[in-house]
Design a protein around this ligand. Sequence first.
Ligand SMILES: [Zn+2]
Length: 48
Amino acid sequence: MGKYQCYYCEKDTDSAHQIYFFQSKQEREELLCDVCYSDWLESLKSEP
Ligand SMILES: [Zn+2]
């Protein structure tokens, strides 16, 4: 069991990365595991 639960894949993880994003015009704060965090970073890079 990890200390945190990933927001995206819902797996338990010991190393969590905090992210901020807007959803329905509200700022949200969530935790991502290493894998999802790197995916999230990639998706930011691909935006124009
Ligand atoms: Zn994840």
